[in-house]
Design a protein around this ligand. Structure first.
Ligand SMILES: C[S@@+](CC[C@H](N)C(=O)[O-])C[C@H]1O[C@@H](n2cnc3c(N)ncnc32)[C@H](O)[C@@H]1O
Length: 309
């Protein structure tokens, strides 16, 4: 998908822009003042930041986090000239409060969290995120992270694997898959995405293999969440992020599966009960049919926004 350059205020080297998920809704509901400050917790290729830079104008500031150093390099190029100041932070967004303190920033006008991984991460077999290609069992968003999927798959106990598959993958056949992983790794370590996919397929009933999503999707999702401790970081950023917002400032979160969205829903509702925020809309927004047609990866997105009181 591409978007004409003239639609943004950025002066960039490339002729086309990556169009981020639910961009129209993000632009509409993450209202930012001219000269304001946005924290983009998940910079990725900088797609959302490029769009939101239009609202901030040339005098605005973007503080962008990504725990993937490669993403920051791409975002740096894409954001050049968009705003007066752009701080690129190679850190987990769970550290939002500490990072803003170090930058001397007390409160900001908007915060965006677009969860999951970037398409360039998914498309690179060497990163080990994709089911469709063969690559090492890595799945670390931060290439400097201490544990990869290889470590978890090859060293956790059967019980621990079952727990991960149930909690982070909501996988019905967690027991069977974990048993097979443990048996198989006695022969030799499980090293690649193809091997893991094969193991999962070998224990699932044939009916289960005919569902819409690939039968190993839940297993891959579960290990990715565990490797990157994703849900944990989400809980932290929701709490700390609100404290970093100015009154009237908005925080928007795009979630891609029910585990993430449940955390966002409960946290936002609790904050609304405490009269710290107002829900901008009650039910999450979903992408339009047109967007899903053009970008099937957007199909499971759910967008929630709160405004600080
Ligand atoms: C879906 S992509 C964001 C795409 C971006 N909004 C765009 O338009 O290009 C999510 C990005 O967030 C990063 N990420 C995910 N969880 C993170 C965390 N806890 N801390 C920092 N970065 C994270 C990933 O490395 C990935 O690059």
């Amino acid at each position: 998908m591409t978007l004409a350059l003239e639609q943004t205020g950025c002066d960039m080297g490339s002729k086309d822009l990556h169009v981020p998920v639910m961009y129209a809704e993000v632009e509409q509901y993450l209202v930012l003042p001219v000269g304001g400050c946005l924290v983009d917790c998940t910079l990725g290729m900088g797609g959302h930041s490029q769009l939101l830079a239009k609202q901030l104008g040339k005098t605005g500031r973007i503080i962008g986090f990504d725990n993937d150093a490669e993403a920051l390099k791409i975002a740096e190029q894409n954001l050049s000239g968009c705003v007066e100041r752009c701080d690129l932070i190679h850190d987990n967004f769970r550290n939002i409060e500490k990072v803003l303190n170090n930058l001397g920033v007390k409160q900001v006008d908007g915060i965006l969290v677009d969860l999951g991984i970037s398409s360039f991460q998914l498309d690179d077999p060497q990163r080990g995120f994709s089911l469709k290609t063969d690559g090492p069992l890595d799945m670390r968003m931060n290439q400097e992270g201490p544990l990869s999927a290889y470590d978890l798959v090859n060293s956790l106990t059967e019980k621990e694997i079952v727990k991960i598959l149930r909690e982070y993958g909501e996988e019905r056949f967690a027991g069977r898959i974990a048993r097979r992983i443990v048996d198989r790794r006695e022969e030799s370590p499980i090293e690649t995405t193809k091997e893991l996919r094969k193991i999962v397929l070998s224990v699932l009933p044939s009916g289960y293999r005919r569902q819409k999503i690939h039968p190993a999707t839940r297993t891959f999702q579960a290990f990715r969440i565990a490797v990157n401790r994703e849900l944990d970081a989400l809980e932290v950023v929701l709490t700390k992020g609100i404290d970093c917002l100015k009154p009237g400032g908005r925080m928007g979160v795009i979630a891609f599966h029910s585990l993430e969205d449940r955390i966002v829903k409960h946290k936002f509702r609790a904050l609304a009960k405490e009269k710290k925020v107002e829900l901008v809309f009650k039910k999450p927004l979903r992408p339009e049919e047109d967007e899903i047609r053009e970008n099937p990866r957007a199909r499971s997105a759910r967008f929630r926004v709160v405004e600080k009181i």
